[in-house]
Design a protein. Structure first.
Length: 157
């Protein structure tokens, strides 16, 4: 809650001026590193309870940037007629994650250590960030190929 009060407006305005896709990928990578710091510090016996608050604050701040980018990017990704449906689906997925996330975390904690759960979370965040980078590279490759084909065969899409 504190990051939203302190940085919400500033980050929201900043998000409107940067490349949202890159910001989302960078935010995911930073969140993965921050969350992975918990099992690393715990494994080296350098873990203190204050560290959890710092990780929570930094993660919350980075999440503001990610969430703002996500919601700001939707109008550029979907047809204006489908905007209400797209926003509804995003809100539904957030609601489902809010319910399923703690349930899944609780189930995982019963079968593995808390540090392992944080490590698994970091790996999933990195996986999604890596997939986004791969998708970006594929889009650039497809655009370049279409441009080359258009140069060779004018009039074809």
């Amino acid at each position: 809650m504190l990051p939203y009060i302190l940085f919400g407006l500033v980050i929201g305005a900043w998000v409107d001026r940067v490349d949202r896709r890159r910001l989302m990928i960078l935010a995911d990578l930073i969140r993965a590193v921050i969350i992975f710091s918990i099992p690393v510090c715990r494994g080296k016996d350098r873990f203190q309870s204050g560290g959890v608050y710092v990780v929570g604050f930094v993660n919350g701040t980075i999440s503001i940037a990610f969430d703002s980018s996500e919601f700001a990017a939707i109008p550029s990704l979907v047809d204006p007629n489908d905007l209400v449906t797209a926003n509804g689906r995003i809100q539904a997925s957030y609601s489902a994650a809010t319910i399923a996330g703690p349930l899944l975390a609780g189930a995982l904690i019963t079968i593995m250590s808390v540090e392992s759960v944080f490590a698994v979370d970091s790996v999933f965040i990195l996986d999604f960030g890596g997939r986004a980078v791969d998708d970006q590279n594929q889009l650039q490759f497809d655009r370049a190929r279409r441009t080359q084909n258009h140069d060779r065969f004018p009039g074809r899409p």
